[in-house]
Design a binder for this molecule. Structure first.
Ligand code: DGI
Length: 138
């Protein structure tokens, strides 16, 4: 069993797509073991995306991530990290496969509707960034 962090980003929450995206996640067999809706502060978004701080899009990414509420959750399943990345689709929705969350719902490379951890180390950092043990089921 593996756990991964999912974020439904402000572009999707503001378009009332959280339910549709959670349905895709659950239909794919990933189990939600923690979940909440939060408004990130600038410092919290900068801390979460610290690995990208030298990238040219960092400021814009942080501004977008604090533009409205997000739905963060922890997903559990066999190979959950890779399975959720596949369900999300490519970072740029123009390159995303048919049937993926980003192909169906994302607006552009920045307003791309979802985040998913990309490796076990980042999943461990990201799940504990948002959730305490007490907030995780099971
Ligand atoms: O893991 P991903 O979310 O698929 O992609 P990533 O870890 O390479 O980048 C994190 C986020 O940063 C991504 O979801 C959207 C944003 N981003 C990545 N590349 C670009 C970008 N935003 C802009 N504006 N331009 C980019 O080239």
């Amino acid at each position: 069993m593996e756990r991964t962090l999912s974020i439904i980003k402000p572009d999707a929450v503001s378009r009332n797509l959280a339910g549709a995206i959670l349905k895709m996640i659950q239909d794919a067999g990933l189990k939600v073991v923690a979940m909440k809706m939060i408004q990130l502060s600038k410092a919290e978004a900068e801390g979460f995306y610290a690995v990208h701080k030298e990238r040219p899009f960092f400021g814009s990414l942080v501004d977008f991530m604090i533009s409205g509420p997000v739905v963060v959750s922890i997903l559990e399943g066999d190979d959950a990290i890779a399975r959720y990345r596949k369900l999300m689709g490519a970072t740029n929705p123009a390159n995303a496969e048919e049937g993926t969350i980003r192909k169906i719902h994302a607006l552009d490379i920045e307003k791309n509707s979802v985040h998913g951890s990309d490796a076990p180390e980042t999943a461990a950092f990201e799940t504990s960034y948002f959730f305490s043990k007490l907030e995780m089921v099971g």
